[in-house]
Ligand binder design. Structure first.
Ligand code: ADP
Ligand code: MG
Length: 628
């Protein structure tokens, strides 16, 4: 017995995950084969890749294959590969820990019990541990290519594993599953073959099945063994596409859609892109500095890189899949790819194809809604990031709207444009923290009165995105606090001028009461219910944007807004009859209210509250509080 034998505990998360998996995957347990084969295939990919720069790693054995054996007497199923193998350190790092990001978050979700376990596990991907769905003991033997020593790992999946250094001739990994009593159905060649054909046909290396007692014929190959993306589309059915997706993403979900295309022009390459059905756990938030995303890069069918983010723009980083390029050298490195002519050309076509795929997906309302609610905030970034495709990206965007009954229903810009009223000269939108906050905004009062639809934007990125979309389809796009709807034509302006003339005295007094807080005060017909609101120049930053910038630690000059008053409001009407001291109080109240309704955080809320109480007291005839 070797001296370096160690018994170690699984990470707490692994034990938890194992437990959950064994119980929730019962109905689907044949997937263990898919997971082990998928790992074997990855390991061969890695060997082939590393051998590009060090041929010695083949050790003279270039037969790259996966073998499956079973033994009815021992109750075992064995999966073996001639891939890269693992060193002792790698076994300890990869098997027995969960390195994948999002594990904790995933377990939290599971524990909260809101969602269906099986589905969630699917979303997470279970990998190697799926062996324990069917086995009560798993023995793994492996030797890393180019290394002397082999490693043996064994566990019953109950919290501990044993690891030791052993002698091993063969390069690669062998996994022996000691089947649970109720999993003996897998001691059956036909059953194994069906499962492999079903889930792993797309694997690009041959998978051989060894039937006991069939020695003379030898093992038979039970998969197609050609890279899926190299086969003609017409010969691949949906199930194969879905299975390949799961291999690439290590997930269980169904993709929403995919595009498969072979380009044979000046450049030769294939691509197979998927839109995931669920948000991948390793896909970071919409913030532009998070999460790489990307597809797998192959060169002439040889795997080169995971997460090759240079083939698609960042706003498409939710897309998963494969690019196989004929025109890149096999020894290409990540660094070389960053600034490469071939990559740039592929990226252009890839982006086009990906956007077309989304365009096609948008023809199905339900699927697109699902897509939009999962990835919309990321796709939207394209309006900022990709000036050349701004219009195209904008047409794929969806927005909540005042024309819809709820925040759940969304509209496209094209639908909006189709509904525009005669004489309406712009597409209007409002940004706010929530749909409820938006629709209660004083800015919308005139739009409601005129029956003009307003798009409602409530994502964090919207402030930023909307400031980059100044027109769509040659129609100006305007924020409601930077524009008045101009459906009624020129008379409007004249009326407003008259109104301001009539109120000039009050206007002057309010302006001097507010000092530098406002650019200007004017009367407007924008409001029906609120006494006041703030409006801005096109370049000025709204309260919400300002707050976001401040939260990000940036101090930016925002420009002073203009305050508009509602001449028909009784509290505004009172301004004519009160003295300067009182007028200052009311002016400040209106100003703060207007800011609040835009989502501002007041610098001194208590001052506002005291003032409000004081003024309410006066209105109801109670004795005055001291003015401050
Ligand atoms: P994933 O495949 O999502 O990384 P798994 O649980 O399936 O997760 O596998 C964990 C890790 O163990 C793999 O990333 C790989 O590093 C290693 N591994 C698993 N099976 C093999 C194998 N047959 N050969 C070499 N490495 C393997
Ligand atoms: Mg795996």
């Amino acid at each position: 017995m070797s001296e370096d034998k160690q018994t170690r505990k699984f990470e707490a998360e692994v034990s938890q995950l194992l437990d959950l998996m064994i119980h929730s995957m019962y109905k689907n347990r044949e997937v263990f084969l898919r997971e082990l084969i998928s790992n074997a295939s990855d390991a061969i990919d890695k060997l082939r890749f590393e051998a590009l720069s060090d041929e010695e790693l083949f050790e003279g054995q270039t037969d790259l294959r996966i073998d499956i054996e079973f033994d009815e007497e021992d109750n075992t199923v064995v999966v073996r590969d001639t891939g890269i193998g693992m060193s002792r350190q790698e076994v300890a790092d990869n098997i027995g820990t969960i390195a994948r990001s999002g594990t904790r978050e995933f377990l939290e979700k599971l524990k909260s019990g809101q969602e269906n376990d099986a589905e969630l596990i699917g979303q997470f991907g279970i990998g190697f541990y799926s062996a324990f769905i069917v086995a009560d003991k798993v023995v793994l033997r492996t030797r890393r290519a180019g290394q002397e020593e082999g490693v043996r790992w064994e566990s019953d999946g109950k919290g501990e594993y044993e690891i030791s250094t052993v002698e091993r001739q063969e390069r690669g990994t062998e996994i022996v599953l000691h089947l649970r009593e109720d999993a003996e159905e897998f001691l059956d060649g036909d059953r194994i073959e069906r499962v492999v054909r079903r889930y792993s046909d797309h694997i690009s290396f041959p998978i051989y099945l060894h039937e006991p007692g069939e020695d003379d014929e030898g093992p038979r190959q039970i998969n197609e063994a050609s890279a899926l993306w190299t086969r003609p589309r017409s010969e691949i059915d949906d199930e194969e596409y879905v299975n390949f997706y799961r291999h690439v993403t290590k997930g269980f979900d169904e993709p929403l859609t995919w595009v498969h295309s072979k380009v044979e022009g000046r450049l030769k390459f294939s691509l197979l892109f998927y839109v995931p059905g669920e948000r991948p756990l390793d896909l970071a938030g919409p913030h532009p500095t998070e999460g790489a995303g990307g597809v797998k890069l192959y060169v002439k069918k040889v795997f080169i890189l995971d997460d090759a983010e240079m083939f698609l723009p960042r706003y498409l980083r939710f897309i998963r899949g494969v690019v196989d390029a004929d025109d890149l050298p096999l020894n290409v490195s990540r660094e070389m790819l960053q600034d490469n002519r071939v990559v740039a050309a592929i990226r252009k076509t890839a982006t086009k194809r990906a956007l077309q795929m989304l365009e096609e997906l948008s023809e199905d309302q339900d699927d697109y809604q699902k897509f939009w609610s999962t990835f919309g905030p990321i796709l939207k970034e394209g309006i900022v990031e990709d000036p050349g495709r701004k219009q195209e990206v904008a047409s794929l965007c969806r927005f909540a709207s005042t024309a819809m009954d709820s925040s759940q229903q969304t509209v496209s810009l094209d639908e909006y444009v189709e509904r525009m009223k005669d004489g309406q000269e712009a597409i209007y939108y409002i940004t706010a923290d929530s749909y409820e906050a938006a629709v209660a905004s004083p800015h919308l009062e005139i739009f409601a009165r005129e029956g003009i639809e307003v798009l409602v934007m409530t994502d964090t990125v919207d402030e930023w995105v909307s400031s980059h979309l100044s027109e769509y389809d040659e129609i100006p796009v305007k924020s409601v606090d930077r524009a008045t709807p101009d459906v009624d034509g020129d008379d409007e302006q004249e009326e407003t001028d008259e109104l301001n003339e009539e109120w000039s005295d009050v206007i002057e007094r309010v302006e001097s009461a507010l000092g530098g807080s406002v650019q200007q005060v004017r009367m407007s017909k924008r409001l029906t219910e609120s006494p006041a609101c703030l409006v801005r120049e096109q370049w000025q930053m709204g309260e919400r944007m300002k707050r976001m910038m401040e939260q990000a630690g940036q101090q930016v000059p925002t420009g002073t807004p203009t305050m508009e008053l509602n001449p028909d409001h009784p509290l505004v009407a009172r301004l004519r009859d009160i003295d300067d001291e009182q007028l200052e109080e009311w002016s400040k109240l209106f100003f703060d209210q207007a800011r609040l309704s835009e989502g501002a955080v007041l610098e001194a809320p208590a001052v506002f509250v005291r003032r409000l109480n004081r003024l309410m007291g006066q209105l109801s005839g109670e004795p005055n509080d001291d003015a401050d």
